[in-house]
Design a protein. Structure first.
Lengths: 325, 248
């Protein structure tokens, strides 16, 4: 059985999720008795493909075309379909990233496959892959099985382990897929990068602020702590709806569901919809002056106190520890 | 301009989930249902396009009788027609998309809008599945949209930034929070919606590809410890994060 791993790159660099997807493909191949094959699409990507060898992929198919420098859902879908057919792949893996979620449904329709989206674990039972995925923003989990011959799984970033890069090099084959202008029905013209901070869905650490910050002018306290830790900045729905912070920082049911290693909730009381979005974080720190706040029910460590006093002290203490001045 | 918006009826965000007897779905008793929040942004965008370019907006929802409530809300916001694709079974995103695509095909719209995901199954794929089934271009997770001369320029949210995507119409879009500020239905709109008909037709029967075997609650997190009550607790917190949790 062949397992195809669509590995995501932007601007010639693999995303961390590419390694998570590669390693998971390898693990599945080992359990099912098959091969894992990487697929990388873009412009001048042949050279980077071999790095996937360090994460368990022996053979990488590279589709290299200047027109593919920016993402195009329609063209990328044609390519992944063509390769899946050529390789007779039965399982396709990709990250449940902005690109993976946009691309894989198209690929699935072409291959008459079902998609299990945003999986947080995959296991093999009696030769079948059973996927676990959160629903209701993490308030419940479902185990699902895909009953079509070809199966597509997208993996939540930051959840599957990429393991250690063992330094092996993959064999990269350049593959041609014919593309006409009509294949570029939807095409990215430009890419805009926001702040230099990581995105909440990919960050190892998130520092999140809520109404307890009292106003947008006080969020520098959150940003300063985030920057010491190399963390992403998150926000509660209340402060996003109030216009204090941009929508892409919102954590919770109508925002992002996140699973960082460390989540620091500052001045966030912990509404049901917020807890749903962040409870699967490995460690949770809560700083809130109300000791009855529901956030303390899920926190590993809590300080009942004033964020305006505690945040600067915490930033300073961590600066000392990490040697950043 | 002919516009279609596909909407869903979902448990509200305050819902505390308990698992039903069947072990595969949530217990629906005492659950308050709402129009899917992302679909509100989709409806609003469609109404703004109609106000700018003329035409009409048709809302479609696939499900049982309860979905009429959500279709009424869309009518109250200003949608012109509402269609219920009646289906009382449980189906996966593929089977939902197939039935929607079949219904949309006959309407031949210029623009088809969805919310970026329903907040129940969080599958985030129906809009894009429909686009592929209808062989149309699409942009998902849209936070800004401009339409000129049969072309759309959409801004979509990606990790740590935005992509500017160009597509020709007809096309499919899925709405992300931030696209607009949805209007509240006016009293006149609410009254008018009561007398507007909801067209009903059976949803195309399609078998699902993804089967739910079991649903369960995530393991409960036990509350941890309160380290202290003011800034004097900070050194101890940092020590715990560094030495015990080993996360900094």
């Amino acid at each position: 059985m062949k397992i195809l791993a669509f590995v995501e790159q932007r601007e010639g660099k693999f995303r961390k999720s590419a390694f998570e997807v590669s390693r998971t493909a390898r693990n599945l191949a080992d359990q099912l008795g098959g091969d894992s094959v990487g697929v990388v699409v873009g412009s001048a990507v042949e050279a980077i493909g071999e790095e996937l060898g360090g994460f368990g992929i022996e053979r990488v198919l590279a589709v290299d075309d200047p027109r593919l420098r920016q993402y195009s859902s329609t063209a990328y879908a044609r390519i992944v379909e063509a390769i899946a057919r050529r390789e007779e792949a039965e399982i396709l893996l990709a990250a449940a990233s902005a690109m993976g979620k946009d691309l894989m449904p198209r690929v699935a329709v072409k291959l008459d496959a079902g998609v299990a989206m945003d999986c947080t674990s995959l296991r093999v039972e009696n030769g079948e892959v059973i996927a676990t995925r959160p629903v209701y923003a993490g308030k419940a989990l479902v185990d699902v099985r895909i009953n079509s011959r070809v199966k597509v799984f997208t993996l939540r970033p930051n959840v599957f382990t990429a393991g250690v890069n063992n330094g092996k090099r993959a064999r990269v084959e350049n593959v041609a897929v014919e593309l006409g202008d009509s294949d570029f029905g939807s095409r990215v013209k430009e890419l805009h990068r926001a702040s230099g901070r990581p995105d909440v869905t990919e960050a190892q650490i998130i520092v999140s602020g809520g109404r307890g910050l009292k106003g947008p002018e006080n969020f520098h306290l959150i940003e300063e702590l985030a920057d010491v830790l190399g963390a992403a900045v998150g926000a509660s729905r209340a402060v996003v709806d109030a216009g204090w912070r941009p929508h892409d920082e919102q954590v919770g049911q109508t925002g992002k569901t996140v699973s960082p290693t460390l989540y620091i909730a500052c001045g966030i009381s912990g509404a049901v919809q917020h807890l749903a979005g962040m409870s699967s974080s490995r460690y949770i720190v809560a700083i809130n002056k109300d000791k009855e706040a529901p956030i303390f029910q899920v926190a590993d460590y809590g300080i009942v106190g004033d964020v305006f006093e505690i945040l600067p002290a915490l930033t300073k203490e961590l600066k000392n520890l990490l040697g950043k001045e | 301009m002919k516009i279609v918006v596909c909407i869903n009826h979902v448990p509200d965000t305050e819902t505390r989930v308990t698992i039903a007897q069947d072990g595969k779905t949530i217990d629906k008793t005492k659950v308050n249902y709402i129009l899917n929040p992302y679909d509100e942004f989709a409806i609003e965008e469609c109404l703004r396009l109609k106000e700018k370019f003329g035409g009409n907006v048709i809302a479609i929802s696939l499900g049982g009788d309860a979905h009429k409530e959500t279709l009424r809300k869309a009518l109250a916001m200003g949608v012109d027609r509402a269609i219920l694709l009646r289906d009382d079974s449980t189906r996966d995103s593929f089977a939902v998309a197939k039935a929607l695509a079949e219904a949309i095909k006959d309407l031949a719209p210029d623009i088809i809008f969805f919310g970026k995901q329903s907040i129940d199954y969080d599958d985030a794929q129906v809009g894009t599945l429909v686009a592929e089934m209808l062989a149309l271009p699409s942009v998902s997770v849209v936070v800004k949209l401009e339409i000129t001369d049969g072309k759309a320029t959409a801004q979509r949210e990606i990790e740590g930034g935005h992509e500017i995507v160009e597509v020709s119409l007809p096309a499919v879009f899925t709405a992300q929070k931030g696209l607009n500020e949805p209007r509240y239905p006016s009293l006149r709109g609410i009254m008018a919606a009561k007398s507007k008909p909801i067209e009903e037709r059976p949803a195309l029967s399609v078998s699902s590809k993804v089967e739910v075997l079991a649903m369960r609650k995530p393991p409960a997190k036990s509350p941890g410890r309160i380290v202290g009550a003011d800034a004097s607790a900070v050194p101890e917190l940092v020590r715990l994060l560094h030495e015990e949790a080993k996360v900094v």
